[in-house]
Design a protein around this ligand. Structure first.
Ligand code: M6R
Length: 598
């Protein structure tokens, strides 16, 4: 996946394009490039991050252009494979996010017509196709006609020599138009545009859009004009900036009390029936489908739903769900995705609909693709998350799952008035419990530093804290590059114990509930193999210090809710490990924030 931007207006395009592009760097940073329409098409591209592009590019005069930051899928991350691509005659330049699945066939027939290619990418064919079509018409029509031959997923943006316009098209890759005064913008994500405008129009699958300085024209695949009202984005520019923190990830970790609060705002009343999230109640089970961190949130959701609603909940990875056999039951399918653009999860939503199931999406980005694929949407309201590692979107996904379970439990008359009252007051306390953890960031940093040279780390938890162990392992491996594994504590003796030694610290989540004694037993098994134990435990646990080498103490709250403060402590743990190891925290190697490929 990649980030694309476009600009047409009265100002110099180059600085605006670069500024917008930098806000999309989380989508990929293997190579970058820019094309500006001025005296001919001026193109500059390079391998590496946007900083390398900025450092090397010449000044380009002109008030229309496109730019791209790449996460390689087809073709290595080299300068030759960087976007934009031009046709043989240099009359058009294009940028692309997605995959042209039939590019080999297209390339063969273009080559037979005499076209020459300069890259290994799937994208380049489209530049040649549009250029050939442009000889007989306008740019919008040339793009629309060329798209008829393309199979796959895309957001394209195209410029042509001598024309102050950008034409773009979308199929399963995000694309949004930003509306300015005497200028218009295009981007893969609204966060790229917030400095310039908060009025946007989302482009839908199959549509082609043409922006000029003063106009935006959207047509469908057949060329029929489409009218769509602009939306106003409430996120401020500041929301998308680092706000004085060294990394977006740390800023986003510290925003979690406010994010949870925002997520709950006005919704607790709704649980009692004012404004239900879910209508239609014919399901007797829940299936949660998601990827990565969102999947881990789903695993926590299983425990929450089974406890509060009393119906079975299963959790499946999106790319597995899609190809699994349909069960005979008719579950409510809950799709969790912070971006709302993860292709595996969107495909799963379509599959769920095909199976006739009610669908609900828990999503952070307003107007994202998944919102159009489901029956109900619960926004997590975490604000923009820029760090590749999901943090505040994870805790707000959990918040949304508590609210969903509360509503289903209320509707199903499983919860008494007293139980609901208790749950609501625990939810209201969550921002404070998280703030308590943040206040201990220095302590967590000091412990993390001690173990930052480890090569492997194991995270163990029981019951609802088992998925938190998995999420902590994912955070750790993703940003610190330490190999991390999350296990149910009782499972170590069935294999993983063989890997333990004094060089493999074990982080144990110790809950003051019915699992406590068993967890102490598991910690003893670990200590017997000389592995250092770091416990994350309740502040009133006076025994744990005897069993663990280090303890991170957290406020004692009921186990059903403690996944939230515990994961915040372990996000900090991962963050400080990565910081100590000098890693690229906001943009870890090989991964990107939004995964719009299958
Ligand atoms: O946008 P999504 O929630 O659908 O993304 C799913 C995963 O790619 C994502 O959660 C990924 O695992 C995180 N960036 C890890 O921190």
């Amino acid at each position: 996946m990649c980030g694309i931007v476009g600009y047409v207006g009265g100002k110099e395009a180059q600085p605006i394009l670069i500024d917008c592009l930098k806000r999309l760097e989380y989508r990929g940073y293997d190579s970058a490039g820019i094309a500006v329409i001025g005296d001919g098409i001026q193109v500059y591209k390079t391998g590496g991050e946007i900083a390398a592009l900025e450092a090397g590019m010449p000044t380009m005069k002109g008030s229309a252009g496109i730019a791209h930051t790449r996460w390689a899928t087809q073709g290595r991350p080299t300068t030759e494979n960087a976007h934009p691509f031009e046709g043989c005659e240099g009359k058009v330049a294009i940028v692309h996010n997605g995959i042209i699945s039939n590019f080999m066939d297209l390339r063969e027939s273009l080559a037979a017509e005499g076209h020459e290619f300069s890259s290994e990418t799937d994208t380049e064919v489209f530049a040649h196709m549009v250029e050939a079509e442009l000889n007989s018409g306008d740019l919008l029509t040339a793009v629309r006609k060329s798209l008829k031959l393309v199979e796959g997923t895309y957001a394209f943006a195209v410029v042509a020599d001598g024309r102050d316009e950008v034409v773009a098209a979308r199929c399963e890759s995000p694309l949004v138009v930003g509306l300015g005064n005497g200028e218009n913008f295009l981007a893969s994500d609204v966060t790229a545009l917030l400095k310039y405008t908060n009025r946007v129009v989302y482009i839908l699958d199959g549509e082609v859009v043409r922006i000029t300085k003063d106009s935006v024209t959207i047509v469908d695949a057949e060329g029929k004009q489409v009218t769509r009202n602009p939306e106003r984005i409430e996120w401020s520019m500041e929301d998308a900036e680092k706000g004085g923190y060294p990394h977006f990830m740390l800023k986003e970790i510290f925003e979690q009390p406010a994010a949870i609060h925002e997520s709950l705002l006005g919704r607790i009343g709704a649980v009692d029936g004012d404004e239900p999230f879910i209508t239609g109640n014919s399901f007797s089970s829940v299936k949660i489908v998601a990827c990565g961190t969102s999947y881990n949130a789903g695993l926590v959701g299983k425990y929450i739903i089974e406890e509060l609603v009393g119906i079975p909940a299963t959790v499946q990875i999106s790319s597995e769900y899609r190809y699994s056999a349909a069960a005979r039951e008719n579950p409510l399918v809950v799709l969790i995705t912070q971006s709302g653009e993860t292709l595996d999860t969107i495909a799963a939503a379509r599959e769920a609909r095909k199976r006739g199931n009610s669908t609900v999406a828990i999503v952070n980005v307003m107007g994202s693709a998944i919102t159009r694929e489901v029956d109900h949407v619960i926004y997590t309201r975490a604000g923009p998350e820029i760090g590749v590692a999901a943090t505040k979107t994870f805790v707000t996904q959990l918040t949304a799952l508590y609210l969903l379970a509360l509503e289903l439990g209320s509707k199903g008359r499983v919860l008494t008035a007293q139980a609901k009252h208790n749950i609501v007051s625990q939810l209201r306390n969550l921002p404070r419990a998280v703030q308590d953890v943040l206040n201990q960031a220095d302590t967590i940093e000091a412990v993390a530093k001690k173990y930052s040279e480890a090569r492997d780390m194991f995270f163990i938890g029981r019951n609802i804290h088992y998925p938190i162990a998995m999420e902590a392992a994912l955070k750790t491996k993703e940003i610190s590059y330490i190999h991390g594994e999350g296990y149910p504590a009782g499972e170590l003796k069935h294999g993983p114990l063989a890997l333990l030694s004094k060089d493999s610290p074990v982080i144990a989540i110790v809950s003051r509930d019915h699992t406590y004694d068993k967890m102490i037993g598991n910690i003893s098994e670990v200590s017997a193999r000389d592995s250092p134990v770091i416990a994350v435990a309740s502040e009133d646990d006076t025994e744990i210090g005897k069993f663990a080498d280090d303890v991170i103490y957290l406020r004692n709250i009921p186990s059903l809710f403690s996944p939230v403060p515990v994961i915040v402590a372990l996000q900090l743990w991962a963050y400080y490990l990565a910081k100590e190891r000098g890693c690229s925290i906001d943009k870890p190697r090989n991964i990107a924030k939004t995964v719009t490929v299958e």
